[in-house]
Design a protein around this ligand. Structure first.
Ligand code: COA
Length: 334
């Protein structure tokens, strides 16, 4: 059992390592064009997506475990050193036990407290922020954050307006509380929600099987008002980024890379334009992966690190938005 003491306020919360995993099966836009009335031209021009990876043998748990193991390896941290695991997903393989406990058991992190959060596509950042606050406010030193999804099981494969957008995958990061003289780690965290707009992006739960209730089964697949979500994202993402940079005492020009939730390249381009920042500072991997919801930001973070674009001292903005509606951002100095 972990006892949390409130004494750690002066600690820096630094990122120590990242990892990611995607399923083997790659599905191109052309292949989707043989399943629903769509085309590579429509999907690529409206979203920037060209392919996605779809779980056939993999599960949310297996992808989460693979990403977590890679992140531990990258951070050179042993599983027993982890005090806290927070997993974010909207597509767990089952209701109970939660995904974080499944990861804990698989990697042998026997000293960790483990729980899940659901903030849809903002989920990884909500989990990161929650973990950072735990580490700031307690004796816990090391946390593992996981974002993992198999969205393929909640999209309606007959609905061309949604099935072309999403993919499956997992990303993870290890963070640690360290006493440092230099200004490093998570410098600011911003998050918010507007439940009154929740109808724009929904997915129902399991049909009820309660003999005392007579009720229609809920919509079990993702449904979305794409234009409403688009307008929300274009309005919200630049605000989140500005606020996170302000809180960190940095100008946007001082930021090296903006790692945004990968939903639509047009949303990212609109954010870059509103912030007067060049697109080169906004890496994208959605042409290959599509929208990975809670896995989107950590998979991108790992992807960009593997490209060698993040070094010690790199100044990053991480930002996400999603169902709820929810939004979140952070400034991180690597
Ligand atoms: N292939 C071909 N045509 C398609 C299609 C597809 N996959 N999906 C929708 N269409 C059609 C529509 O039926 C519509 O046809 P109509 O004009 O005959 O009625 C037409 O294309 C335009 O649809 P619309 O929904 O207006 O397109 P859009 O320009 O708004 O683009 C999205 C749709 C989903 C790409 C865009 O709204 C978007 O990206 N929104 C944000 C979604 C998002 O980020 N979600 C995740 C949040 S975490």
């Amino acid at each position: 059992m972990r006892v949390f003491d409130l004494f750690n306020i002066s600690m820096n919360i630094v990122m120590k390592g990242t990892g990611s995993a995607v399923p083997k099966r790659r599905v191109t836009n052309e292949e989707l064009g043989r399943m629903v009335d769509t085309s590579d031209e429509w999907i690529a021009s409206r979203t920037g997506i060209r392919a996605r990876h779809i779980a056939v043998e993999e599960t949310t748990t297996s992808l989460a475990v693979e990403a977590a193991e890679k992140a531990l390896d990258d951070a050179d941290v042993k599983a027993e050193e982890i005090d806290l695991i927070i997993a974010s997903t909207v597509t767990p393989d089952q209701f109970l036990p939660n995904l974080a406990c499944e990861v804990q058991a698989a990697i042998g992190a026997k000293n960790a407290a483990a729980f899940d959060v659901n903030a849809a596509c903002s989920g990884f950042l909500f989990a990161l922020n929650t973990a950072a606050m735990y580490l700031k406010g307690s004796g816990a030193k090391t946390a593992l954050i996981v974002g993992a999804e198999t969205l393929s099981k909640i999209v309606d494969w007959k609905d061309r307006s949604t099935c072309v957008l999403f993919g499956d995958g997992a990303g993870a990061a290890v963070i640690r509380a360290e006493e440092l003289d230099v200004c490093s780690g998570i410098l600011s965290m911003v998050q918010g929600s507007d439940g009154t707009r929740g109808g724009a992006l929904k997915c129902g739960g399991r049909p009820l099987n309660n003999p005392f209730v007579t009720q229609q089964a809920a919509q079990a697949y993702v449904s979305m008002d794409g234009q409403e979500v688009y307008r929300f994202a274009v309005r919200t993402v630049p605000k989140v980024i500005r606020q996170a940079a302000d809180e960190a005492g940095m100008s946007l020009d001082e930021i090296d890379l903006f790692l945004l939730h990968q939903a639509n390249v047009r949303i990212i381009e609109a954010a870059a334009k509103q912030l007067s920042q060049p697109m080169e500072k906004f890496p994208v991997n959605l042409p290959e992966y599509g929208n990975l919801s809670a896995a989107s930001v950590p998979v991108l973070l790992d992807y960009v690190r593997k490209q060698g674009r993040i070094q010690s001292g790199s100044r990053l903005v991480l930002a996400g938005f999603g169902a709820g509606m929810t939004w979140s951002g952070a400034v991180v100095v690597w």
